[in-house]
Design a protein around this ligand. Sequence first.
Ligand code: VTB
Length: 332
Amino acid sequence: MVEKPDRNLALELVRVTEAAALASGRWMGRGNKEAGDQAAVDAMRLVLGNVAMDGIVVIGEGAKDEAPMLYNGEKIGNGRPPIVDIAVDPLEGTNLLAMGLPNALAVVALAERGAMWSPGSGFYMEKIVVGRAGAGAIDITASPEDNIRNVAKAVDKAVEDLTLVVLNRPRNKYIIDAARKLGARITLISDGDVAGSLMAALPDSGIDMLMGIGGTPEGVITACALICLGGEIQGRLCPQSDAERAQLIAEGHQIDRVLKTRDLVKNDNVFFAATGVTAGPLLHGVQYFHGGATTESLVMRGHSGTVRRIQATHQFSKLMQFSAVPYATVEA
Ligand code: VTB
């Protein structure tokens, strides 16, 4: 029998995302997305390794050879139960951080072993995400126009009052055109559709839905968050090249399968933590002061549906005495 995770692991995961945010936040606006990502990965891996669990990274930084750490299939934790799958996005929005733009996040989600859908080589996915009020009103096989109209009805708004988030890419032009034709409001984001999805799902964010073709790993991570928050995601693989399509078929994926929240994550035993790296409408970013920094995180558990916002103050002078994470290069 597989032991189910019954501690609130999210409260341990927040230390992991805080560490990644504190380490990568140093790279804000410095134009080096690789260095920012590496700092997040290194810090995340160090702290994640201390969580008591038998974990395998199923959504990671890629295959072993391209990603020296947190690669798909990597074992994490001390090897004792609970037996879990881990999805990591140590720095969601590497460009956002490199440019100092809003909503770069450090994110981790955990679920029972085998509960997360594996995208294989599928990098791109069409997605629609809504919060509780819009759940049940979306259909990824229908047109963007129909989805916009149906969500507006479900959330009891006129279409002109509805606000969408769309990743600003030529591949999403059909959605942008449809929304503009109908007169809906749009926030075009340059990157970071996990943050966009979280805003769509959170009440009072001012965002009603996210639509568009973005990353598949981000879709699975979003599904973990939605199990905790309520709301709905529908996705469908959307290969952007013949090679991606051929690889998916070779892996046995049915390309046009509609993937709903429960297809992406099988049950409620899910834990999610995200810490803001750059400041945005979703979360404060890391703010450094002499000798330390503050962070803000979202910490959630699917089983109970508890959603916490955790503000933390970190003292580098103390942390640096025992932590292997290089939080500061100058003496605090
Ligand atoms: C997507 C989106 C992510 O990168 O994966 C995007 O889901 C990549 O799309 O949130 P492109 O290849 O067109 O850049 C993110 O925006 C992460 O930065």
